[in-house]
Ligand binder design. Structure first.
Ligand SMILES: [Zn+2]
Length: 116
């Protein structure tokens, strides 16, 4: 079986254990043979570490560059966002299909999402 060689900075579609869907991941580190050893989810910044092709650890991102809050977007628990007033927040619960609870600093706010 021929293995694909990856390079750092490349984007791949991969299952994110935090987003619980396939997300774009940016390759952070590869072996000499081009196998991915570390990839970061673009949506939640979670870094997944691979060893011999198997997921070995996941560290949830504390990144500074969370995506701006977008009410049309569908958020999931654990995703982070940047709000222009409240700053960086993390989705702590999906209340229903249009409401989420987001923790900003030490305050949880109910936000809307999935608005068309
Ligand atoms: Zn993710």
């Amino acid at each position: 079986m021929k293995k694909e060689a990856f390079t750092v900075g490349q984007t791949i579609e991969s299952m994110c254990s935090v987003c619980e869907v396939d997300q774009k991941h940016v390759v952070r580190a590869v072996t000499k043979l081009g196998a991915i050893t570390q990839a970061a989810c673009e949506a939640c910044e979670t870094v997944t570490t691979f060893s011999r092709g198997a997921k070995t650890s996941v560290s949830v991102g504390k990144g500074k560059n969370a995506s701006p809050y977008d009410r049309t977007r569908v958020y999931r628990k654990g995703q982070s966002m940047m709000h222009d007033k409240f700053g960086r927040g993390e989705v702590t619960a999906v209340v229903d299909s249009n409401k989420i609870d987001v923790l900003f600093g030490d305050q949880t706010r109910r936000m809307i999402h999935a608005q068309n």
